[in-house]
Design a protein around this ligand. Structure first.
Ligand SMILES: Cc1ncc(COP(=O)(O)O)c(C=O)c1O
Length: 505
């Protein structure tokens, strides 16, 4: 989690003073990664005149030191208590409430009028108090599976600008953000078309409909996987045919593919599990030979590269998810399809809006599956930092592997693919025991996934021969995902690594 320090106006003036003072010393000492400083926008505007009159350094000086503007003010006027003694202080506290994570107001005032609503969330205090909070915060150092607050706070201003922009133009469905995002995503992936949809699951459904999979057709997909692909195959009345996985990459074992193809097979959905791509050259060659469509499930691999091609552009249609915890995630559900095929792109666009090309003229049976303009704006803000975030995330994954490779089975990344480590998943004996021990040390873990798909009650109707899916079954018993995100610090990662070593030791 992040520690936010909101500055009151006297602290800001001290920091801008040309005369060296205690506040400046304190500021330099408490600047650490994950500590963020904020100036409420109301103060910035108010202080401009004072700064000029007193020959202080300009506010730009603070912004250059990574102090950010907090722009929440407008939302809070109606909440201001009528008889609040100090309205500016109350406002600062209400603004500060908009920040995710532990938030402290830094002030030299002996009394600070925190508005009632903020009382339980916001603390305030002087230099000494801040050192205390910082020490406590470092000691507590919460570890999350995927800490989304850090990213949100880093991009706060860009995110707010995007959100306010959508509120201003008011086209909440299919606003201008959609076209802009689709163009940027297509460029990023390196394909002709991107069609955004409401979630990754819908992306798979629309892709299946676009390539004409229908009832009684068969679609091959790996047995060890998130349920969405198999679910959507079954949802349209087709039959999921589960194939076992490769024991190292956890992706579809291409050696078993030919044997699973029957005259009813219509398509293959390889799923790029945990962030690395399946063996697409082999899959595509087999698919071509049998005239099958390949739907790439890139729900966990957005940003990964297979040879020189980005994930999403590896099959007939690529599908991804913008669920918040994904490598590119929104503030809610979202997804996209990618293709180089003009006709398929056109069909996907119609399928997502009730089969319409023209309003109220339904050429196909479609669905309502559009990405919201607000989500598109948020994704556009995040897309700008995606390359840096991916690099940081990959570094975290590689550091885990380097430091854990002698104690547990670490991910094996095939030479044809990179991994974005959407999950950093190890294998351990006595998985549940290890999990418990890590939990006791405050380290969350997850199991992706505890049951292979053929063992899920929802797919029991398939009655597929389990004996051929033994690698999937073994993986389900041993896999364990550790916390990972692009902002995980080396210190926290070391804490996790030490705990894993102790637990398996
Ligand atoms: C591999 C994979 N495919 C598809 C999905 C479904 O995406 P969504 O949750 O956006 O529907 C997920 C979601 O976690 C996933 O991991």
């Amino acid at each position: 989690m992040s520690l936010n320090i909101v500055l009151d106006h006297e602290i800001i003036l001290d920091l801008l003073s040309l005369t060296v003072n205690d506040t400046q010393h304190c500021f330099n000492r408490i600047r650490k990664p994950n500590v963020r400083f904020w100036i409420p926008a109301c103060l910035a505007a108010m202080l401009e005149n004072q700064i000029n009159a007193n020959h202080h350094q300009s506010l730009a000086h603070l912004f250059a030191q990574e102090v950010k503007v907090l722009t929440a003010l407008g939302t809070h006027w109606p909440q201001l208590p009528e008889r609040q003694i100090n309205r500016i202080q109350a406002l600062i506290s209400l603004d500060a409430m908009c920040l995710a994570g532990t938030t402290v107001i830094w002030t030299n005032q002996e009394q600070f009028d925190i508005a009632n609503e903020a009382e339980e969330i916001i603390e305030w205090g002087d230099h000494e108090f801040l050192y205390g909070v910082l020490a406590e915060y470092e000691y507590a150092s919460d570890i999350h599976m995927n800490d989304l607050a850090n990213q949100q706070l880093t991009l706060r201003n860009q995110l707010e600008q995007r959100i306010f922009h959508t509120m201003r133009h008011g086209r909440y469905v299919m606003g201008e953000e959609i076209g802009e995002l689709e163009q940027r995503l297509a460029e990023f992936v390196g394909v002709k078309h991107c069609i955004t949809v409401a979630c990754g699951t819908d992306a798979l459904l629309l892709a299946l409909l676009a390539v004409d999979v229908s009832a009684l057709d068969e679609v091959i997909t790996p047995a060890f996987n998130f349920a969405a692909a198999a679910e959507m195959i079954a949802f349209i009345g087709a039959k999921p045919v589960f194939v076992d996985i490769d024991a190292d990459t956890y992706n579809l074992d291409v050696n078993l593919l030919e044997a699973a193809i029957t005259p009813q097979t219509r398509a293959i959905i390889p799923v790029n599990l945990y962030g690395q791509c399946a063996d697409f050259d082999t899959i595509n060659a087999i698919a071509r030979e049998h005239n099958l469509a390949v739907i790439e499930d890139a729900g966990q691999s957005f940003g990964a590269q297979y040879k020189n091609q980005f994930s999403g552009g590896l099959g007939t249609i690529g599908c991804t998810s913008f669920f918040p915890s994904k490598t590119l995630g929104g503030f809610g559900d979202g997804g996209a399809c990618f293709t180089n095929d003009d006709l398929l792109a056109d069909k996907l666009r119609r399928l997502r809006t009730h089969g319409q090309r023209e309003r109220y003229h339904h050429e196909l049976i479609g669905v309502n599956s559009r990405l919201d303009s607000l989500q598109a704006g948020i994704l556009l803000a995040k897309l700008q930092v995606l390359p840096q975030e991916l690099a940081a995330r990959m570094q975290v994954g590689q550091r885990y592997s380097e430091l854990l490779k002698d104690v547990v089975k670490t991910p094996v990344i095939a030479d044809y693919s990179s991994s974005v480590y959407s999950q950093y998943t190890i294998e351990v004996e006595q998985r549940d025991l290890v999990r418990d021990q890590l939990a006791k040390r405050g380290i969350p873990t997850a199991v992706h996934y505890p049951l292979p798909l053929h063992k899920q009650p929802a797919f029991s109707f398939l009655a597929q021969d389990n004996s051929i899916l033994s690698t999937a079954e073994a993986a389900a018993q041993h896999v364990l995902s550790l916390p990972i995100d692009s902002y995980l610090t080396a210190e926290k990662q070391q804490e996790i690594i030490s705990a894993v070593k102790a637990a398996v030791g």
